[in-house]
Design a protein around this ligand. Sequence first.
Ligand SMILES: NC(=O)C1=CN([C@@H]2O[C@H](COP(=O)(O)OP(=O)(O)OC[C@H]3O[C@@H](n4cnc5c(N)ncnc54)[C@H](OP(=O)(O)O)[C@@H]3O)[C@@H](O)[C@H]2O)C=CC1
Ligand SMILES: O=C(CO)COP(=O)(O)O
Length: 330
Amino acid sequence: MNPRPHVVVVGAGAFGTALATVVAETGESRVTLLARRDETVLDITTHHRNDVALPGIVLSAALEATTDRDILRHAPIVLFAMPSQAQREAARELAPHLMDGATVIVCAKGMEKASGRLLTDVLEEELPRQNIAVLSGPGFAADIARGLPTAMVIAAQTLEQAADLARALSGPTFRLYPSADRIGVQLGGALKNVLAIACGVVEGAGLGDSARAALISRGLAEMSRFVAAHGGDASTVSGLSGLGDLVLTGTSHQSRNLRFGIALGKQGNAHGWPGELVEGAFAAGVASKVAAELGVDMPITDAVAAIVDGKLDLTTAISALMTRPITREF
Ligand SMILES: NC(=O)C1=CN([C@@H]2O[C@H](COP(=O)(O)OP(=O)(O)OC[C@H]3O[C@@H](n4cnc5c(N)ncnc54)[C@H](OP(=O)(O)O)[C@@H]3O)[C@@H](O)[C@H]2O)C=CC1
Ligand SMILES: O=C(CO)COP(=O)(O)O
């Protein structure tokens, strides 16, 4: 791999901007953020800020920004940091601009709602001439962008490819662990969002920290079953993408999924939600549907999907979860 590759990050939201600045700051790569709005490019190039996505945070002076898709032509590493439901559309639009053989890294945490498919499958379908990898794990965009220590996982088709990517993107405050389990890593990220909503519901309804701990561990069991049913390694979700991210977003009020769940737990609905991205609200329904098709038992995910859809009230959901037949833990 070129010692100083050109890295392009697509999606100038909170996570894309954070990844772009932390990688630019290492000085190991030339990094460009591909935005959709001229104002974002102006803010970054003149003030080293993206005040819409990451208010008050000063970005790396080495970070470039543009709205010109031609920037992709010579970029061997491209990060797709737009929300899950925008990944296919973005891939379709950007396909003619991407370099043959480039690695495109899914940085979203979700599944495709319309098809129930994994995001790596979606991108492989849309981008047959590129290699598809996944980046996931515990890390709030604001923490990453501020240079607070963060560890995440990068999964590619082989461990060697993942290790190359980890070396190209890691820096003194941002450490990537390589993995060859793209399925486990991406599903860990998608499902932890659903479980973070569940933790929020528990907190909002005042059900106590013991209930939260039960949700985290039983939620992990659901994740493992779902990953195994997709052909991934069930143990992957005991790592950073899965347990690590669930501990983070199931307990920290920085998490939008947790705060959305708290609103549901307090008022029984999410009326008045400010419109921030809540990936778990998309993932709950699709994961529940796919689990039913695969014959995987996912009671917490099913309950979150039904609560989010307004089809189940909280009291009935808790009672249904607590009165399931007694079975062994594993
Ligand atoms: N925020 C965080 O702490 C973390 C987020 N993630 C994941 O990253 C993903 C994005 O989240 P986040 O950055 O927070 O979301 P934001 O809402 O902050 O930003 C989303 C960005 O995606 C851009 N976008 C949407 N559709 C397209 C498209 N078709 N082409 C190009 N850009 C597009 C939007 O651009 P525009 O401004 O032009 O509308 C917007 O800037 C989610 O899957 C999330 O789970 C993962 C780890 C941490
Ligand atoms: O995934 C995240 C941190 O790892 C961000 O979580 P939220 O999308 O819930 O804010």
